[in-house]
Design a protein around this ligand. Structure first.
Ligand SMILES: NC(=O)c1ccc[n+]([C@@H]2O[C@H](COP(=O)([O-])OP(=O)(O)OC[C@H]3O[C@@H](n4cnc5c(N)ncnc54)[C@H](O)[C@@H]3O)[C@@H](O)[C@H]2O)c1
Length: 335
């Protein structure tokens, strides 16, 4: 039985807790949070995805730590799962690798590209495994898309647009762009990362956007420039009005079909071909569950996670920083 300690039991810590509870051969034995009510499981949280983080777990069986660093050295834990605020990801992941633990860390991989690259280097030398929880790489309708692109099932991609827009989430963490890196690093990175996963490293990026709700970049639209695909864009925002809700969408135009995903639509994934629209049947579950099941399987088998390796997780932070530079300078920025 693999034993897990979750560092930070806020919205994502609860989401991960719920995902582990659905798996066999692994169990959460400890949690750490600076806030007493959270480490005792007495705070209700909610995320953008319907039903997310709504577990009714009994926390009384967990060893409860205040400071994550104290839990990391607990010898009776195999996996440290880091759901701490973004500036702590690299520091605590490094600490957990040094303590000989396997590590799953929430996205973004680190607050800065420099830290992300240092963490990837540390992971390459470690005997234990490190994976960044880039959940879109495991989201059923998105794994369908990746497979369709890789197999050229509908011909080559001509144009791909991704969209993830909402209003500013509540709480001090989201109000402080120094902590979260702005919508560009906290939210939009999901699409930057998925684009990199599907199409490889872009040659360059060109971004436009603005600050509105925080001092960081709150709304961005980026062109990812590739030789082999005419048009790839992603829009990310938490600057919209509260009444808007949350949109997570893609439209991918292949030479012989168009695929459209919308998390709020029914069905969520549609394929348009020869003038007809069909619903695409997708795997059950959400990305968080599949990513955690995959990581646990890698730990059990002793295989390095290939779906998202540390170098690739670090590259996504590097691309986001290039997008920021493009937006600030008004120029195309080479990667
Ligand atoms: N994958 C996704 O879709 C997704 C969605 C939302 C957030 N996230 C990421 O997850 C991370 C956490 O976000 P959240 O919304 O759960 O935040 P949150 O504020 O709800 O939870 C973080 C928790 O960490 C605790 N904490 C901070 N420092 C600590 C320390 N040293 N020791 C112990 N506890 C400590 C805080 O008290 C807090 O309860 C962020 O980096 C965010 O970007 C990912």
């Amino acid at each position: 039985m693999l034993k897990v300690g979750i560092a930070g039991i806020g919205m994502m810590g609860n989401t991960h807790l719920e995902a582990y509870s659905k798996l066999k051969g692994v169990k959460v034995v400890a949690v750490a949070d600076l806030i007493k009510a959270r480490r005792e499981g007495r705070v209700a949280v909610a995320g953008n995805v319907k039903g997310q983080a709504q577990s009714s777990t009994d926390f009384s069986t967990f060893r409860q730590y205040v400071e994550a660093a104290d839990m990391i050295v607990d010898p009776d834990i195999d996996i440290i799962d880091i759901c701490l605020p973004t500036p702590s990801h690299a520091k605590y992941a490094m600490m957990a690798l040094k303590a000989g633990k396997h590590v799953l860390t929430e996205k973004p991989f680190a607050r800065t590209a420099r830290e992300a690259q240092q963490l990837a280097q540390a992971a390459a030398k470690a005997d234990t495994l490190l994976m960044c929880a880039m959940c879109m790489r495991f989201w059923p309708a998105w794994t369908w898309l990746k497979e369709a692109i890789d197999k050229e099932a509908y011909g080559p991609v001509l144009g791909a647009t991704f969209r993830r827009v909402t209003s500013l989430p509540p709480g001090d963490f989201y109000a402080d762009a120094d902590l979260n890196g702005g919508a560009i690093l906290d939210l939009h990175i999901h699409d930057t990362d998925f684009i990199q996963h599907c199409f490889g490293k872009p040659q360059a990026v060109y971004s436009r956007g603005y600050s509105h709700t925080t001092s960081g970049i709150d709304h961005i639209l980026t062109h990812y420039i590739y030789d082999h695909i005419p048009l790839v864009t992603a829009e990310g925002s938490w600057a919209l009005n509260k009444a808007f809700g949350f949109a997570m969408q893609y439209t991918v135009n292949f030479a012989h079909a168009t695929a459209v995903f919308d998390i709020s639509a029914e069905p969520q994934l549609k394929l348009m071909r020869n003038g007809k629209t069909t619903a695409v049947k997708i795997k059950d579950g959400v990305g968080y569950e599949h990513e955690i099941a995959y990581f646990v399987k890698c730990v059990k088998n002793g295989t390095r996670p290939e779906v998202i390796d540390p170098t690739s997780a670090a590259l996504s932070v590097t691309i986001v920083e290039a997008e920021k530079k493009s937006l600030e300078t008004g120029r195309i920025v080479n990667i």
